[in-house]
Design a binder for this molecule. Structure first.
Ligand code: CMP
Length: 139
């Protein structure tokens, strides 16, 4: 079935001028961009988006990082796009992420409390719908 996923180019990706390159890879793979919007996340939005990480040692630095500048929020569509984008993104830990992936090619460990790994992608159809409702209410 055609799926949708929520992609975020996090503040590190926007600051480093990598939004174009990241969207280029999503489009080159053959996925469709259904919505693209630069947003400055709010604390409420992040508390909902990252509810599963509350209480983890990186939670506060994660929220602070996500508030540090604008995020590019994207809805991408296509057969298998949820797993497909995660494969384009590479491993969460940028040091471990394989070359050829977004994180493997463009992210690294900066020695910070939170990993700055350029992108987020939903991990299941349920997460995708939940996260799209947070970033694109009504879509
Ligand atoms: P993401 O998967 O989008 O959502 C949670 C984020 O927390 C993750 O990206 C990383 O940016 C960060 N993160 C996850 N695990 C760790 C970790 N062990 N140490 C630091 N940051 C992490």
């Amino acid at each position: 079935a055609i799926e949708r996923t929520l992609i975020l180019v996090k503040p590190d990706g926007v600051r480093r001028g990598l939004t174009g390159e990241i969207l280029r890879r999503v489009e080159a793979k053959g996925y469709t961009l259904a919505a693209v919007e630069l947003q400055h996340a709010t604390p409420d939005q992040l508390a909902t988006h990252y509810a599963e990480h509350e209480g983890k040692p990186f939670y506060a630095p994660l929220v602070e990082f996500m508030l540090s500048g604008p995020t590019l929020a994207v809805i991408a569509e296509g057969q298998g796009v949820i797993a497909g984008f995660r494969s384009l993104a590479g491993a969460t830990d940028p040091t471990a992420a394989a070359p050829g992936t977004i994180r493997g090619d463009m992210a690294r460990d900066w020695g910070l409390k939170v990993q700055q790994n350029l992108v987020h992608g939903s991990d299941s159809p349920e997460s995708a719908e939940r996260e799209i409702a947070i970033w694109f209410p009504g879509r």
